[in-house]
Design a protein around this ligand. Structure first.
Ligand code: G3I
Length: 318
């Protein structure tokens, strides 16, 4: 095998990417996706505002296209995401009573997961529920339902598609020994102990090239999830660089991408290496982190960066 996803498959690893609805319709992009990846995630398509812009209108076609594309091309699909504090439709943000909110959330999860039953193998049921200090984020769900909204979402998800793998996803949760990394682990452990149907921990891994990559902290986090009987998915990898870039910063970025792949390829409970967008040409980074860029595996001309070959080598050699 020569392609990255083929090499990854030999290690029981999927190599995935977040994409826009239009990417599966474009000949150029769809060819690139097929060549390099075997897992796709809707970057925005499944978010509330897009899939259900009004209470009664379900916009299924974009998601249907993506699922069809994945199946035709031997790829698997991760779902992203039901519970979030962004990209909700206005009628969600204005929910007032607990009963209303529970009904709305349950209906959303049930409708989507029943539709794609057996076709979407894993879901970020809830996303970014924690603040940096590890407390629960103030969201419409916390305000209307209270902290048990997380349990309610996971139970609804299990009921809707009992075989789907259910994940709690977050950022800055990758290192054991940090406030958020520890709080995230404790939250998952508590859910597990109470019998809430959670299967996996999503580590987004939006990293910064100039920051120290804490390999030991990441390994410790992954391994304590293994002890809980949970898997870990690397859900949204990118490594942003403070502009202007330099060979030194690029080398730091390369080391981080390589470190992540080495870990994904060898830790038994880590089976998915998913990047959040493949190309610097279309990136969420500069809009959200002004002054940063060049965070992805493909450059602005959508050509693979040298690190791409390093990742293949890790998979071929490990
Ligand atoms: O599609 C519209 C377009 O019609 C319109 O002209 C344009 C004008 O702003 O907006 C376009 O929608 C944007 C969409 O991305 C598609 O590009 C939204 O405004 C913009 O808010 C949205 O940003 C996304 C963001 O989540 C918020 O939903 C990013 O693409 C997406 O990468 C980002 O992803 C999140 C994960 O879901 C959770 N973890 C963090 C990650 C990065 O923020």
């Amino acid at each position: 095998p020569k392609n990255l996803h083929e090499l990854a498959s030999k290690k029981n690893l999927n190599f995935g990417v977040a994409i826009q609805a239009g990417d599966v319709l474009s000949l150029e992009t769809s060819a690139l996706l097929k060549e390099h990846f075997n897992l796709i995630v809707p970057e925005n398509t499944m978010k509330w505002k897009n899939i259900r812009p009004t209470k009664t209108f379900w916009n299924w076609s974009d998601m249907d296209n993506m699922v069809d594309f994945a199946e035709k091309n031997g790829m698997v699909i991760r779902g992203h995401t039901f519970v979030w504090h962004q990209q909700n439709a206005p009628y969600v943000d204005s929910l007032k009573t607990k009963d209303e909110a529970v009904a709305m959330l349950t209906e959303q999860i049930t409708m989507v997961m029943e539709r794609y039953k057996g076709r979407v193998f894993e879901y970020d049921v809830a996303n970014e529920v924690l603040n940096e200090d590890g407390t629960l984020r103030d969201t419409v769900w916390l305000r209307t339902i209270g902290p048990e909204y997380i349990d309610i979402a996971f139970k609804a998800a299990r009921a809707a598609d009992p075989k789907a793998r259910l994940v709690l996803n977050d950022y800055s949760n990758e290192y054991a020994g940090t406030a958020k990394g520890d709080a995230f682990y404790e939250l998952c452990k508590d859910m597990k102990n109470r019998g809430i149907p959670i299967d996996g921990a999503g580590l987004q891994l939006h990293l910064v090239a100039e920051h120290t990559f804490n390999r030991e902290g990441l390994l410790a986090q992954i391994r304590r999830f293994a002890e809980l009987g949970m898997f870990v998915t690397f859900t949204e990898i990118d490594v942003r660089i403070a502009m202007p870039s330099s060979p030194e910063k690029e080398a730091q970025q390369t080391e981080i991408f390589k470190g992540l792949m080495e870990i994904a390829a060898t830790e038994p409970n880590t089976g998915h290496f998913v990047v959040w967008g493949y190309t610097d040409a279309k990136s969420w980074i500069p809009g959200t982190f002004p002054g940063y860029g060049s965070a992805h595996l493909f450059d602005k001309a959508s050509q693979p960066k040298p690190v791409f070959e390093d990742l293949k080598k890790i998979l071929a050699d490990s």
